[in-house]
Design a binder for this molecule. Structure first.
Ligand code: PCA
Length: 142
């Protein structure tokens, strides 16, 4: 069992929620480091960019996931494919308490250097909202 931090379409109530079959850890969490969270491309797809240091302590949700569940989400996020996400470890803390020991969780992100310079971007944002998700057009694998 591993922890997965989701900040975009895999959150509860968001367009790819059905692919996230993990067990939610109560409450909201945020990244210990600052990350730029952008909406990329015409699809306005939410994407955390590495390296960290700029942007916000991004807010999202934490899930316990098993290997099969991760594999399914890896496919959705086109892990390791051109234009797809990477899955790396980040430290997260409960939003309600910044003094709590940080937890290591997996997260899907892309390298800033891998984004074509002519890609449209909105942001950075602290959090992906339902209002933004209403304009989302998924371009990943189903
Ligand atoms: N899905 C993943 C990464 C970006 C996206 O839309 C998530 O919700 O964390």
């Amino acid at each position: 069992m591993q922890l997965l931090f989701v900040y975009g379409s895999l959150k509860e109530g968001f367009p790819n929620q059905h692919v996230n079959t993990g067990r939610r850890v109560d409450g909201q969490f945020r990244t210990v480091e600052r990350f730029p969270l952008y909406l990329l491309g015409n699809g306005e797809v939410p994407c955390l960019l590495a390296p960290p240091g700029n942007g916000y302590h991004v807010i999202g949700e934490l899930y316990e996931v098993n290997a099969d569940e991760l594999t399914r989400m890896d496919r959705l996020e086109r892990l390791g494919e051109p234009g797809g996400y990477e899955r790396v470890e980040v430290k997260v803390q409960p939003l309600s308490s910044s003094t709590t020991q940080a937890l290591e969780a997996l997260v899907y992100l892309k390298q800033e250097a891998s984004i074509p310079s002519d890609t449209a971007r909105l942001g950075p944002f602290e959090q992906y909202t339902l209002e933004q998700a209403a304009r989302f057009h998924w371009q990943g694998a189903a």
